[in-house]
Design a protein around this ligand. Sequence first.
Ligand code: AHM
Ligand code: MG
Length: 337
Amino acid sequence: MPEVNVTEHLLLNQKKMPVARGQFTHLLNQLILSFKIISREVTKAGLVDVLGFTGEVNVQGEEVKKLDEYANNVLIHRMSRAGVICAMSSEENEGIIDIPEGFPRGDYVLIFDPLDGSSNIEANINIGTIFSVYRRLSASDQPTSIEDVLQPGVEQVAAGYCLYGSSTMMVLTTGSGVHGFTLDPSVGEFLLSHPDIKIPERGGIYSINEGYTTYWDGATREVVEFFKDPEGNGSGAPYSSRYIGSLVADFHRTLLYGGIFLYPADMRDPKKPKGKLRLMSEANPLSFVVEQAWGLATDGVNRILDIAPTDLHQRVPLVIGSPYEVEKVRDIYRKHG
Ligand code: AHM
Ligand code: MG
């Protein structure tokens, strides 16, 4: 296979991807450079640990926190000065991140989780950056408003994630399929390694934090019973269980191998039965990716991408993966009303 990097791939497919215009290509190039910089630091994190570079008191806690902040700062600094963004929102920042005075604003809105799964850093487990891109709604000579950012997921023009693992990999959709690019450190480029990813129609793995069974409602308990005993009479092969606790890694496995990932509603606080994951920075981008790979994503019943957001950090139950399993779960939730 000839080696093709992300920009070349976008240009080669430009007819299919009208989004690949100058501003968008620049946005993507700046994102890619940010990922390379974050990847370099993530790779060094283990070394810092091994060499015992002491912070003040708590070495590991300090380093972990720093890496989270580092990733956030790299993205904010680089993307806000790229001239192609009018507003940003990060999982780590309460409000909208404005473009600094003196820098041009562009046509796009960027939303991201800078380092998802960061509680896993010390154990050298895969973590990642998740991102989502929208076109601004307001006129380019007007100030950006909250409406520019609070768009439903169905309006995304691009989304994906960069996984920092045994290799660093970027998975991207611009609304025309899903493609995976692996960072080749010898040339410093993300090269097309997984063209046209399609999730298996049906899988053999379910992924959920089962330690929280006590917080679940009856429907979710029945869902998990289904995966342990699909025929309901002990005769069928049960699904395997896998849970890394790093959404981006659990999702990536689900995308490639099929099956289902769930972070359901949580009854600890009955007033906020929304689970843990964020609609804008986690659920929407992964839902756009999975749908473009012929999978499904719901909050149990409703399509994630149709949800009209009301808050930058609102949470949503997430049921995402192969069509067969997501539909099975939807049927069980519907039955429970
Ligand atoms: P974070 O954004 O605070 O890191 O939390 C998100 C992470 C996800 O990566 C992962 O799926 C989830 O938290 C795991 O949560 P739990 O430990 O409750 O299962
Ligand atoms: Mg996260």
